[in-house]
Design a protein around this ligand. Sequence first.
Ligand SMILES: Nc1ncnc2c1ncn2[C@@H]1O[C@H](COP(=O)(O)OP(=O)(O)OP(=O)(O)O)[C@@H](O)[C@H]1O
Length: 250
Amino acid sequence: MLLEVNHLEKIFKTRFSKETTAALRDIDFSVENGEYIAIMGESGSGKTTLLNILATLEHPTNGTVALNGNNITNIKANDLAKFRREHLGFVFQDFNLLDTLNVRDNIYLPLVLNRKPVQMMKERIGTLAPLLNISELLNKQPFELSGGQKQRVAIARALMTQPDLILGDEPTAALDSKNSDRLLNLFEQINDEGQTILMVTHSSVVASHAKRVLFIKDGMIYHQLYRAERSTSDFNKEINLAMGSVLGGN
Ligand SMILES: Nc1ncnc2c1ncn2[C@@H]1O[C@H](COP(=O)(O)OP(=O)(O)OP(=O)(O)O)[C@@H](O)[C@H]1O
C-alpha cells in the first residue's frame, strides 16, 4: 500500500481563547500505487487540512499517515524539506514559480536541491517538456507566461523527481475552462503512465476525471465512488447525485 491514513484527527485551538475547531474528526483511507483520487467536500469540510497533513505541512492532533509503510507525521523538522522533495510533488493553485529563475531552472530546482547530476535533469526534462507542451517556453521567465503555461511548468517541476505521490489542491482553480480541460487530460495521461495522484476539489467536473472520489463532510469521509468504465460526464452525474444525497444538508 502506498499511503495509509488511520484515524486522523485535527483540532485547531486558538491560542487566546478556549474555542476549538475539529477540522478532521476521524479520517481513514488508503491509496494504492497508480490510483487517481479526488477528495471532494464543501467549503470548510476539512479538505485543505487533510491535504496539508498529507503534505507534511501540518501535524495531526491524532492518527497516522504512512507512506510506503513509514509514518510521515513524526518526521523531524530538519528532515521535512528533504522528505517532501524526494517523495512528493505539489500542484497547488498558485503556481509557486520563482520569478528570478527562468522556466528551465524552475523545473530543475527540485533535482538541484536533491543534488542530482545535470545529465539526469536533462534527460528528464527532455521527456517531460514535449509531454507538457512547454519545450518552447524553457528559456522564458515565469512572468512572460500565461496561467495555463505556468501551471504546466509547475506540473513539470512536480514530476521531475518522479515522486511517489502528486498532491493537488484545486489544481484548476486559476485556469479558464480550456486550460482546465487540458490540465485534467494531462493528469489522466500521467496517471495512465503510472503516476499516483491525489487532489482535493469542490468541483464535481474536476473530480469526475479521477478514478475514485472520496466525499468528506465535517471532517469525516462519508462515501466513496469508483469511476470504473464510466465516461467523465456519466461519472460527473453520479458524483452530483451522491453529493445531493450524501452531502446535502436536508
Ligand atoms: N489554522 C487554522 N486555525 C483554526 N481553524 C482552522 C485553521 N485552518 C482551518 N481551520 C478550520 O477547519 C475547518 C476546515 O477547514 P479547511 O480549510 O480544511 O476546509 P476546506 O474543505 O479546505 O474548505 P475550502 O473548500 O473553503 O478551502 C474550517 O472550519 C476552518 O475554519
